[in-house]
Design a binder for this molecule. Structure first.
Ligand SMILES: C[S@@+](CC[C@H](N)C(=O)[O-])C[C@H]1O[C@@H](n2cnc3c(N)ncnc32)[C@H](O)[C@@H]1O
Length: 271
């Protein structure tokens, strides 16, 4: 068994523990579609930071991503000691639970290849975000990915920042907007679940508002011509691309409802 050196004090504070089965399913689908080789050869553990009142998201991610990497190690990290104690009966091969915070409780030599911090930073002040990211960066493996985002209670609406660890530190790889396509939605609904660094910057007539106005127009025009939401989503995304917003137009991503916007967002890359 590995000894885990406890940091002096976990960085952060306990917050509401709300979670739900399948809430974060799309983060697993996204990684499997966008980074399959990275997941197959993961250079470290997968940290599910702030898994909440019960560890269902950690259990599900182990089951899903171990199809790509059978020896996947998922580490559920919680800052609330009672939630760690409550999760221990769910520990199993490939899944452990530890008390900790943004300064990750890793064993000597251990590194996080993926950190998912979902519905965690939304409960902090925006001014605390930079320190949280810097602390996470310190525990990550080279090329490691950080998925930091927010969702609706069921996960039907989801947005996340994607960062990658580079020699310069955590570098943005863009923002992903991911509505479930099994039911109709309005693009403006995604605006309500933007990550912490954007949610307070969506003033009317600003660039974020202009993007959502453009997406809403593209969506209703595509929706007028079809009922298959996968096709509508793809057509609207292509329209946005033609409007100058840089995004990933790979059909495999668009058909699963992933609008992966470049780090230049919300600015247009070209007019
Ligand atoms: C709303 S729950 C999110 C649960 C799950 N990630 C989800 O999205 O369904 C947020 C959890 O993050 C935990 N948390 C808050 N700050 C933390 C930190 N700095 N480190 C670890 N856990 C933290 C809280 O104690 C809470 O249980």
């Amino acid at each position: 068994m590995r000894t885990v050196k406890r940091p002096t004090r976990p960085l952060g504070q306990p917050t509401r523990g709300k979670t739900a089965p399948n809430r974060l399913r799309k983060t697993d689908v996204f990684l499997a579609l966008a980074y399959p080789e990275f997941i197959r050869h993961l250079p470290g553990v997968y940290v599910d930071l702030g898994y909440g009142a019960y560890p269902i998201t950690s259990v599900e991610t182990l089951a899903r991503l171990s199809r790509l990497k059978p020896d996947l190690q998922v580490v559920g990290v919680e800052i609330d000691p009672e939630r760690v104690a409550a999760a221990l009966p769910d520990a199993r091969q490939g899944l452990t639970f530890r008390l900790g915070g943004f300064n990750l409780p890793l064993a000597p030599g251990e590194r996080a290849a993926v950190v998912r911090a979902f519905n965690v930073l939304r409960q902090y002040a925006e001014a605390e975000v930079a320190a949280a990211l810097a602390a996470l960066d310190a525990g990550m493996a080279p090329d490691g990915l950080l998925i930091e985002g927010t969702s609706s209670p069921t996960g039907q609406l989801m947005t996340f920042n994607l960062y990658q660890k580079t020699p310069e530190g955590l570098t943005s790889r863009g923002l992903v907007l991911a509505p479930g396509l099994r039911q109709d939605f309005a693009p403006r609904q995604l605006q309500t679940v933007l990550p912490k660094n954007y949610i307070h910057h969506a003033a009317p007539d600003g660039p974020i508002d202009a993007f959502f106005a453009a997406w809403a127009r593209a969506w209703s025009s595509a929706r007028a011509h079809g009922n298959d939401l996968r096709q509508v989503f793809t057509a609207a995304a292509r329209r946005l691309r033609a409007d100058g917003f840089a995004l990933d137009t790979r059909p495999a991503l668009l058909r699963r409802g992933f609008l992966w916007l470049s780090p230049s967002w919300p600015q247009r890359a070209s007019q």
